[in-house]
Design a protein around this ligand. Structure first.
Ligand code: PLZ
Length: 449
């Protein structure tokens, strides 16, 4: 079967013809180990030749089912038709002028689209950057310029990037922070409503967690000193933690009451990933600023800060920027990516993926008590694995399952503060047969543990 929409005409099939990684990948891996810095890791050293729809084809001719999308990036599929068409035309027209030197329409068009698709119908403006971390850094700059305050509040299990400021915002030490300090000052971390692990149970989680967070902000920092509260509406790297319903609105309201800029980091959750344009839409939360990247541009590097026009305009002219921010080819790709999301109704596809995955995973959980929790929304679904009969994290089983899936030609990723979450982020254009075949592999791998 060939998937024609949302990817090159690659056979949409799983095909395992060598060991994984195969001989050509192993040869490339040897070259890589000699030439590429050891600090840059790879989940699976299978070298990609082509990718599209729901598959990754490697240099040995294996075709892997893709449950990773390059960490939630290729939502429209790799090399989606509209992305290739628009980016190619832009490549031929011009590749770079620097928007800060002579501007171009594509940048403006992306900002116009962002104003339309992000939550809220107030006046909005955007600024474009290259990476998620850069967007988060700039959201902090903008919030500090607007509030003339310094403190930034983040949450347990939060992830916001690997630059110096965003390392400080990120919760987990290994591998993100260890040995890389000193970290930026004026960052404060408070509890998040993690239902599965809330000591007094899920029903009390939202109220107690928001009360604790607000109490800590008020008593330890002073709300009047806080420029921004930054939260992922579903915490990604930290374990696909959906804050208990009511938590996000309570924190957003507290921010509003205290003149604090509420920033939703939707870098992983944004652009149809959760079955809505943005995960904040789920509880009708309207952030003051929203950071986006990953899914925005079909694989080209682009990121944005979008928000209330008065807040976005707070920094002085020339205060925001960067040589490549809003590169014209990346902007063209973003316009192609957003066009594809609308045309193929990728929100509906993501919701269908959730339906299929959650039903199958629930059946697996009934047979395997190491599945402690199934959670997530849309095409952002995870299982948290525990030791039998307990809630103790089971990173060993998680690693073993991921490995077994990789051997069978299914790309899966892990995450979580305790390394015990197996996460699924398929391209939203994946076919249902491939999705089910991937789930079959997970089911077999569970039985084989
Ligand atoms: N905010 C919510 O998910 C990136 C990181 C993978 P960059 N997540 C994947 C890794 O190990 O580096 C991410 C995110 C959220 C910010 C970021 C950072 O985005 O584009 O990687 O800088």
């Amino acid at each position: 079967m060939t998937e024609l929409s949302g990817g090159p005409a690659l056979p949409q099939e799983r095909r395992v013809v060598t060991a994984i990684p195969g001989p050509k990948s192993q040869e490339l891996q040897a070259r890589r180990l000699a030439a590429v810095a050891g600090g840059v890791g790879s989940v699976l050293p299978v070298f990609t030749a082509r990718a599209g729809g729901g598959v990754l084809e490697d240099v040995d001719g294996n075709s892997l089912i893709d449950f990773g999308s390059g960490i939630a990036v290729a939502s429209v599929g790799n090399s989606a038709e509209a992305v290739v068409r628009r980016a190619s035309a832009q490549l031929a027209a011009f590749t770079h002028t620097c928007f800060m030197v002579t501007p171009y329409e594509g940048y403006v068009e992306v900002c116009e689209e962002l104003a339309k698709v992000t939550p809220g119908d107030h006046a909005k403006k955007s600024a474009l950057f290259n990476s998620g971390a850069e967007a988060v850094e700039n959201a902090v700059k903008i919030a500090r310029a607007y509030t003339k305050r310094q403190a930034v509040v983040v949450f347990d299990h939060g992830y916001h990037g690997r630059t110096n400021l965003t390392m400080a915002l990120t919760a987990k030490n290994m591998p993100y922070k260890n040995g890389f300090g000193p970290f930026a000052p004026e960052i404060y971390r408070v509890p998040v409503a993690y239902s599965y692990r809330w000591p007094t149970g899920p029903e009390n989680c939202a109220a107690e967690a928001s009360a604790q967070a607000i109490d800590m902000i008020s008593k330890q920092i002073g709300a009047e000193n806080v420029a921004a509260i930054i939260i992922e509406p579903i915490l990604g790297e930290g374990g696909f933690i959906e804050p208990a319903k009511g938590f996000l609105p309570a924190i957003a309201q507290f921010a509003k009451d205290n003149g604090i800029v509420f920033v939703a980091d939707e870098i992983q959750t944004g652009f149809c990933r959760t079955g809505q344009w943005f995960a904040c839409d789920d509880e009708g939360v309207v952030p003051d600023l929203i950071t986006t990247a990953k899914g925005i541009a079909g694989g080209l590097p682009l990121a944005a800060v979008t928000g209330r026009a008065d807040i976005m305009d707070a920094p002085h002219s020339g205060g925001l920027g960067g040589t490549y921010g809003g590169n014209p080819v990346a902007c063209a790709a973003a316009l192609g990516s957003i066009e594809t999301m609308r045309e193929l109704d990728l929100n509906a596809k993501a919701r269908r993926i959730e339906e299929i995955m959650k039903a199958r995973l629930a059946k697996m959980a009934a047979q395997h008590d190491i599945i402690g929790d199934i959670r997530g929304r849309g095409a952002m679904i995870a299982v948290e694995l525990v030791k039998s009969g307990t809630k103790d994290p089971n990173p060993q089983a998680t690693a073993a399952l991921a490995k077994a899936c990789h051997q069978e030609g299914l790309m899966v990723l892990t995450c979580g503060t305790y390394g015990n979450v197996l996460r699924f982020l398929p391209p939203l254009v994946i076919g249902e047969d491939l999705l089910n075949e991937g789930l079959d592999i997970i089911e077999t791998a569970l039985a084989g543990l």
